[in-house]
Design a protein around this ligand. Structure first.
Ligand code: UD1
Length: 350
């Protein structure tokens, strides 16, 4: 690394699963991630893991994005008029589909309200680049797969999905009224795995909702058998299909998206959506098989009913990200599973 000072980048939700992995990738690429998190659904353990991996005292502030004053003080402390944040990577949000159905107002105020507050504070500090954590959920059940960015949004199945659609709209409208604003809307497919060092990974609180953390806990004997949600879908083996990508591939995509924002030289605003996936679909049973192949472990599982709200099959056409961001997913499903398992084992010994 040269002596050039690192450009500071604000990472909201920096103690979360994707935020913490992205912080490491940012540091490796020569930026200084400034982590902000309210620790509502995350822990300081992730911040410590980031510091260990970066071998640096990466700044962290326990702040809620909805707290305008506290947020402003983070901007004042870590950026200035001469050296504003090079960009904001905005991960901080609630993300559980079922919880959003039970608490829609909480999802609206935190996910959409929090974004509004962040944009206003960013505006008053001259920050123009935003990389946003969106989701393939905006597409609902797509008419054709693989799905590309021009596919229309479907009616949101859950308040969570609605907050992602609404946030994309808020960002696009905000940028349209502010010249030289650059916004990358990153539509994630299914992030899985962990940093290969097992210093950071996913830390679900309570019973995991998502497939891979449940699967690793089932294999570790912490949970009962994994229930496969539905074996009667019209897919090759009857189970749902998703596009699982390694969280470090996803982290690196954020660095590419930030660099894309920084490379735009026009004074006009630019808003662009990018699918982030591997381009390959895998069924639930194929994920279980990949895990067993990669680790030699057995996943106890039973076939259960369909889960309400699940789409049958979705995977990405990631060609726009490849062409315009120069990014593509490099790690295999087996690598993701091996890393998820290493992380699960590290958790047991902590
Ligand atoms: C969902 C959301 C996604 C969101 C993500 C984060 C939708 C369509 N997708 O992804 O936007 O970002 O959650 O939480 O709303 N499965 C089982 N058994 C389990 C758990 C899951 O069989 O115990 C199956 C599911 O039916 C699904 C697949 O595994 O087919 C993946 O499920 P999950 O990890 O929960 O992610 P999504 O529902 O795809």
């Amino acid at each position: 690394m040269s002596d050039t000072p690192r450009l500071p980048v604000l990472v909201t939700g920096g103690a979360g699963y994707i935020g913490s992995h992205t912080a490491v990738a940012l540091y490796e690429a020569g930026f200084l991630p400034v982590l902000l998190d309210n620790l509502h659904n995350s822990s300081l353990q992730a911040v410590e893991g980031v510091k260990t991996l970066c071998e640096a005292d990466v700044p962290f502030a326990q702040v809620d994005v909805c707290d305008r004053e506290a947020l402003s003080s983070v901007f004042e402390q870590h950026s200035s008029e001469d050296a504003p944040f090079a960009g904001i990577l905005h991960f901080a949000a609630h993300k559980a589909v079922g919880e959003s159905v039970a608490h829609p107002a909480m999802y609206a105020s935190n996910n959409v309200g929090g974004l509004g507050t962040l944009l206003e504070v960013a505006e008053s500090h001259g920050v123009r680049n935003v990389v946003f954590s969106s989701s393939c959920t905006v597409y609902g059940e797509p008419e054709t797969v693989p799905v590309n960015e021009d596919a229309p949004f479907q009616h949101a199945e859950s308040p969570y999905g609605w907050t992602k659609q609404a946030s994309e709209r808020v960002l696009a409208d905000h940028a349209a009224t502010h010249p030289a604003h650059r916004v990358a809307l990153l539509r994630y497919f299914n992030p899985v795995g962990a940093h290969p060092s097992a210093a950071i990974g996913e830390l679900p609180l309570g019973v995991p909702n998502n497939l891979v953390p449940f699967l690793t806990q089932a294999a570790a004997g912490i949970r009962g058998a994994l229930t496969v949600f539905g074996g009667d879908y019209p897919t090759a083996d009857g189970t749902c299909i998703r596009d699982y990508l390694h969280v470090m591939d996803l982290a690196e995509a954020h660095v590419s998206a930030l660099q894309w924002c920084l490379a735009q030289d026009s004074e006009a605003h630019v808003v662009r959506a990018f699918n982030l996936g591997t381009g390959q679909g895998a069924s639930v049973l194929e994920v279980i098989e990949a895990f067993e192949r990669a680790t030699g472990e057995t996943v106890p599982h039973t076939m259960g009913d369909r889960r309400a709200g699940d789409v049958m099959a979705i995977w990405a056409d990631p060609s726009r990200a490849e062409k315009e961001l120069g990014w593509s997913a490099k790690r295999s499903l087996e690598t993701s599973m091996a890393d998820a398992w290493r992380w699960q084992q590290a958790l047991k010994t902590r």
